[in-house]
Write a protein that binds this ligand. Structure first.
Ligand SMILES: *Cc1c(COP(=O)(O)O)cnc(C)c1O
Length: 337
């Protein structure tokens, strides 16, 4: 009953009843780790070839509002290789909205995501912000917005990573998709591992599970921010969820926070990660990227053994494997070792 009303609101916000809506359903299948048959992966990486899964879900509820409000341009802020920026270049352009990137850089060399972004956006249309000026990026953005306002251009500013109230329904869509997976595969997950950048999707999963009383232990691998940032973001998302559903959330499910067991700082890579990417490809048949999914897989593998976790376990592969294109010249991939 309540669950159905909740699900309906999410579907409405993502316009899932329209033929051209994004696909927000992904399958699950078993991994063969440790000779077990109760460890599964959810293939949110299959939601789109070029848009990472988490970003597709967030944009799914942001874009309908932008269209309704007849927004002309969206300022997207991030690093030169940001998955959110590359994803927005696709989802916004598809919907006839102009992307205005404000990016940290320029990078000394364009590879991977930043090179792919060149396909969507002309170099002259990228607003580069140097590292020294990065803390004052808002000033630059505000002056751009003010200049455009005078010409009657309607602008929306998408924060870094897309952590925004409008992204809530799309982020919550993963919860209902997991419930569908559980039902179709006749399995109930005791543990769910998810990677966290801004934490928007992981936090929504917690807040949504609280509302429907889902009992799962959530293991969040914090890749970009700190544990404190995650807690702060969680409070915000709980508030967004309460406002969206007109409910009050009293307690949330059990959750744990981890930093990645390798490559602790965001975006850092090393040969252990690249070897693991090769290992995951050979043993599981799955492409992972060094920034998000490979670190999630490595940390999950470690944690499952370290804590002797039993029961049914789900890893969420949030996508982003296109970023791997920037690392293909890594010596590990020469296969000489
Ligand atoms: C952006 C991204 C994340 C993190 O999503 P948040 O909602 O910001 O935590 C995880 N995985 C991939 C592949 C991403 O692109």
């Amino acid at each position: 009953m309540y669950r159905n009303g909740f699900h309906k609101k999410v579907e409405e916000a993502c316009r899932l009843d329209t033929a051209e809506s994004f696909n927000l359903q992904s399958r699950i299948h078993r991994l063969h780790w440790f000779g077990r048959s109760d460890i599964w992966v959810k293939r949110d990486d299959e939601l789109s070839f070029g848009v990472s899964g988490t970003k597709l879900r967030k944009h799914a509820s942001i874009i309908p509002v932008l269209k309704q409000e007849e927004i002309d341009e969206v300022i997207v802020i991030g690093g030169a290789n940001s998955n959110n920026v590359l994803s927005a270049a696709q989802t916004l352009t598809e919907n006839g909205i102009k992307i205005i990137p404000f990016l940290l850089g320029p990078p000394s060399q364009k590879q991977g995501n930043s090179r792919l972004l060149s396909l969507f956006v002309d170099d002259e249309d990228i607003h580069w912000i140097s590292r020294q000026q990065w803390t004052e990026r808002e000033t630059q953005i505000n002056s751009y917005v003010d200049g455009k306002k005078g010409h009657g251009v309607k602008i929306f500013v998408l924060p870094e990573g897309g952590h925004h109230r409008l992204a809530l329904p799309g982020s919550l869509s993963i919860l209902f998709d997991i419930l569908r997976n559980e039902k179709e595969s006749e399995v109930n997950f005791d543990h769910i591992f998810i990677d966290s950048g801004t934490g928007m999707v992981a936090q929504s999963l917690l807040a949504g599970s609280a509302v429907i009383g889902k009992n799962t232990i959530f293991h969040n691998v914090i890749l970009a921010d700190s544990f404190e940032d995650f807690e702060k973001g969680l409070k915000q998302v709980i508030q967004y969820t309460e406002d969206f559903l007109q409910v009050s959330i009293k307690s949330i499910p059990e959750y744990k926070l981890y930093y990645p067991v390798v490559g602790r700082s965001f975006g850092s890579t090393n040969s252990t990660i690249f070897k693991e990417i090769r290992c995951i490809a050979r043993e599981d048949g799955i492409l992972t990227d060094p920034v998000y999914s490979a670190k999630l897989f490595i940390t999950a593998k470690h944690t499952i053994q370290d804590q002797s976790l039993d029961g049914n376990i789900l890893l969420i592969h949030s996508g982003g494997a296109l970023a791997l294109s920037g690392f293909l010249d890594n010596p590990v991939f020469d296969n000489e070792e």
